[in-house]
Design a protein around this ligand. Structure first.
Ligand SMILES: [Fe+2]
Length: 242
């Protein structure tokens, strides 16, 4: 082996390891269970499990569709919500995998979904039809016995008193997650955005859950930021507080 080859070998190994790491990061979906207690959750919804799927950006992340369905099934949710950017812009609605995603999830539990910016840069009539034909209810609001849930793609609207719980995505975890600092960059190029992953609460008790998303958009790289499938478990505390 020549001296030059010997010098290049560690670089090549490092490059290969980096590529494998990025591929694994993009496909290794992390489930996060979040127990939420709130005075407005009635006793009949105590223990209700909500699987939260966001930002699949199909067909770019098509490999994650089957995994998402299989994982969701194992989680035994009572409800499933999808908070937009499910289909990436200018995609073929018939072949992008959206029908497969909707049909697979609808077999598990009731599915509620909203469109976001990327979805609307497609044939939106076809988007709606595929969702409806495959059992998805298009609604941004859920009323769970008086506990109100708002599906809002972008978490920036959090804290306006519109619902007890907001479910959002959009930020993709900030693409690169830096220990102790959080997500680096939002899709609209804001550094260190406020809401990037998991649970947030205002002093008034409004709740927000942000999914880091299942797929990627323009930036195909995630670092320390696995695709994310939060499962919200509702806990009723109404009677304790009364
Ligand atoms: Fe997105």
């Amino acid at each position: 082996m020549t001296k030059r080859l010997k010098r290049l070998l560690p670089c090549a190994c490092l490059l290969c390891a980096g590529i494998v790491y990025l591929m694994v990061q993009n496909r290794w979906i992390q489930v996060e269970e979040l127990a939420l207690a709130h005075a407005n959750i009635p006793a009949e919804y105590d223990g209700c499990r909500i699987a939260h799927i966001s930002d699949t950006h199909l067909p770019r992340n098509r490999a994650n569709v089957r995994k998402t369905i299989q994982l969701t099934k194992k989680l035994k949710p009572d409800l499933i919500v999808m908070t937009g950017d499910l289909v990436h812009s200018y995609s073929d609605m018939e072949s992008c995998g959206f029908a497969e995603l909707c049909a697979g999830l609808s077999e598990i539990a009731g599915v509620y979904a909203i469109k976001a910016k990327h979805d609307t840069w497609n044939d939106t009539e076809a988007w709606d039809q595929i969702a409806l034909d495959n059992g998805v209810i298009l609604s941004e609001r859920l009323d769970l016995g008086g506990f109100t849930v708002l599906l809002s793609h972008d978490p920036k609207y959090f804290g306006r008193g519109e619902a007890d719980l907001m479910l959002a995505g959009h930020i993709h975890g900030g693409q690169i997650r830096i220990p102790f600092l959080g997500g680096l960059l939002s899709p609209d190029l804001t550094f260190f955005p406020d809401y990037t992953s998991g649970l947030y609460e205002t002093p008034e008790g409004e709740l927000l859950v942000v999914s880091r998303g299942i797929g990627n958009s323009v930036i195909p790289i995630r670092v320390n930021n696995r695709p994310h499938l939060p499962v919200i478990i509702l806990k009723s505390i109404g009677e304790e507080q009364a």
